[in-house]
Write a protein that binds this ligand. Structure first.
Ligand code: AMP
Length: 288
């Protein structure tokens, strides 16, 4: 199973990703964690990222795309993965599409954790207090000032991905204001509905049968926006089952280079049209 968790800082992506890891035996690929490790080790990437991260900005696309491309090639990611904190910009999403295609992998779904912005500051303050109580080191970017900047960059650069994945019929939205347990249950429910939970099964026939069944379920008229999206994602889950069988094949060596090119090229391709459409969605959401 291959998923993306999308949501602003403090929306619970990390918590839910850990639960998905336990439940489905897949790995959590958090670009934030990887970058923090690089900063701690003072690698060239870490040195480059350190100040950007501390100020709440975004690390350049080519850096994070390169990191993710390499990480997806590791043996522990063969069973599947959850991308947490990546992609964060439309060019990153386009680069991810390119690298998955190159590696002959399919994305099952993008889960958006939707939360009230007003609750986020409180959540981050709670997280900081809990970390302090555990004697853990506090993140340099977990301050009210930096959080405000991180939220602004989420709104302007990451929120357009909601439109991006919705257009590609991959988006599933979960109310992130529920309790942790309820959010987990809801994610489980929608993953079962689209058949993604079973996509890792090895038998093609079994996977196709299950997908058809769950697609039917997902198409129920009373299931609202989530199910509408699930209908589209069910097709992807079917493809995902096929891709899962292929996933054992080694990824092409040139992938990283191609991805970097795509990241650079995609910036140029982020046309006014895409931006306008994304802005429209963002505005609508702000009003809601
Ligand atoms: P996170 O742990 O996901 O909140 O990420 C912490 C910080 O790492 C972010 O505020 C960014 O500075 C940087 N970062 C993490 N992921 C990305 C990404 N996909 N693109 C750019 N910067 C990132």
């Amino acid at each position: 199973m291959r998923l993306i968790l999308l949501g602003p800082p403090g929306s619970g992506k990390g918590t839910q990703a850990q639960r998905l890891v336990q439940r489905y035996g897949i790995v959590q690929l958090s670009t934030g964690d990887m970058l923090r490790a690089a900063v701690a080790a003072q690698t060239p990437v870490g040195i480059r990222a350190q100040h950007i991260m501390a100020s709440g900005g975004l690390v350049p696309d080519d850096v994070v795309v390169g990191i993710i491309s390499d990480r997806i090639d590791q043996p522990d990611a063969k069973n599947g993965f959850i991308l947490d904190g990546f992609p964060r910009t439309v060019p990153q999403a386009e680069a991810l599409d390119g690298l998955l295609k190159k590696k002959r992998l399919t994305l099952d779904a993008v889960i958006e954790l939707r939360v009230n912005e007003s609750a986020l500051l409180q959540r981050v303050e709670t997280r900081v207090a809990q970390m302090r109580a555990r004697g853990e080191e506090i993140r340099a970017d977990d301050t009210p000032e930096v959080l405000t900047k991180r939220l602004a960059s989420y709104r302007s650069q990451t929120e357009p991905l909601i439109h991006y994945y919705s257009e590609r019929r991959k988006l599933l939205t979960v109310n992130g204001m529920m309790t942790i347990e309820h959010v987990t249950q809801e994610i489980d429910r929608i993953l079962s509905a689209i058949g993604a939970a079973e996509a890792k099964a090895s038998s093609k026939a079994a996977a196709v049968k299950r997908t058809a069944k769950s697609a039917k379920k997902a198409a129920r008229p009373n299931a609202g926006r989530t199910s509408k999206a699930a209908g589209g994602a069910a097709g992807a889950a079917k493809k995902g089952a096929k891709a899962a069988r292929k996933a054992g094949k080694p990824a092409s060596r040139g992938a990283k280079k191609v991805v970097r090119k795509a990241a650079a090229g995609s910036r140029a391709r982020a046309t006014g049209k895409t931006r306008k459409a994304a802005k429209k969605v963002t505005k609508k959401r702000a009003k809601a």
